[in-house]
Design a protein around this ligand. Structure first.
Ligand SMILES: [Zn+2]
Length: 293
């Protein structure tokens, strides 16, 4: 199947041309997803609704279908992306759903745990072919990010992306979106005594952005605790897909748990959705995507 008109690629290509970033927000349940969609509609911003395969596994294809319904029926363009499908089980569940009639828009086929680029390519390539046959765009990671997030396994051993290898890697895998490692990591930087602005190699990000400009969108992972200026800088250097998790998730979870302890269930839910929406809106403004849809 052709990827022409693929929702994720369309949203990212417009963002790159317009020099703004796209919030790709991890969602863990239906009310988080509703909060993201509400915020995108209110801010008139495109967005990407992201799910980890573990969430799809836990809540099933029906939940994926729900996310597709709310995203695709929104008044603004919103794509549904599955993030970090790392092992065979996660890939089989996810890709299997697309093949059986629940075609989400894109997926990260993450073989960055492989020891060599050749092994990464060998693992990713057949999955990417199956995704493309089902009309699903694919993201790959070249190099390796350290750390972990809720729902992701913890990885050690940072490997920076080598721009000299990137062209062949993208060509051989056939993938559509590049997630590079430029010193970014999943989870907390501060907990390890690190400052994100000292870890991210922005020149490398610029090199990759220039290299793939207009052809392959680049995606930033590991954005916990980043100062606003670093988000703005990465967009200037060509990043269009910006993965965000705990920035919006943690205030949502806190609002929901506190609300449920003292309020009727629907009131607590509504408050939590609104907290989620407010946090997403902050990113639409920061990424300059508000008003673009
Ligand atoms: Zn990630």
């Amino acid at each position: 199947m052709s990827l022409a008109g693929n929702r994720t690629l369309d949203i990212l290509s417009k963002a790159e041309k317009g020099k703004y970033g796209i919030l790709a927000q991890s969602c863990y349940d239906s009310t988080m997803a509703l909060g993201l969609v509400r915020a995108a509609e209110r801010a008139k911003s495109p967005a990407i609704l992201q799910l980890f395969p573990i969430t799809v596994k836990a809540l099933g294809g029906e939940f994926l279908r729900f996310c597709l319904d709310v995203a695709h029926n929104a008044s603004v363009p919103i794509a549904v992306h599955l993030d970090h499908a790392t092992d065979e089980e996660a890939l089989e569940i996810s890709v299997g759903l697309a093949e059986r009639g629940i075609p989400f828009d894109s997926i990260m086929v993450d073989a960055s745990h492989a020891d060599t680029d050749e092994e990464n390519i060998a693992i990713a390539k057949p999955w990417i072919a199956r995704c493309h046959a089902a009309g699903v765009a694919t993201e790959v990671e070249l190099g390796r990010l350290e750390g972990g997030e809720a729902g992701l396994r913890v990885v050690t051993g940072t490997v920076f992306t080598d721009p000299k290898k990137a062209e062949a890697f993208m060509k051989e895998t056939g993938a559509d979106i590049l997630a590079p490692c430029v010193g970014n990591r999943h989870g907390s930087y501060h907990f390890l005594g690190l400052k994100p602005e000292n870890e991210w190699d922005m020149d490398l990000l610029q090199t990759l952005g220039d290299q793939f400009k207009g052809r392959i969108p680049t995606c930033a992972h590991g954005t916990d605790e980043l100062p606003d200026s670093l988000f703005e800088d990465m967009i200037r250097r060509g990043v269009s897909k910006i993965n965000v998790n705990s920035w919006c998730r943690d205030p949502y979870a806190e609002a929901l748990s506190k609300g449920l302890a003292s309020k009727p269930f629907p009131d607590a839910q509504e408050e939590a959705i609104e907290v989620m929406a407010k946090n997403c809106e902050r990113f639409f403004k920061l990424f300059n995507s508000a008003g673009r849809a």
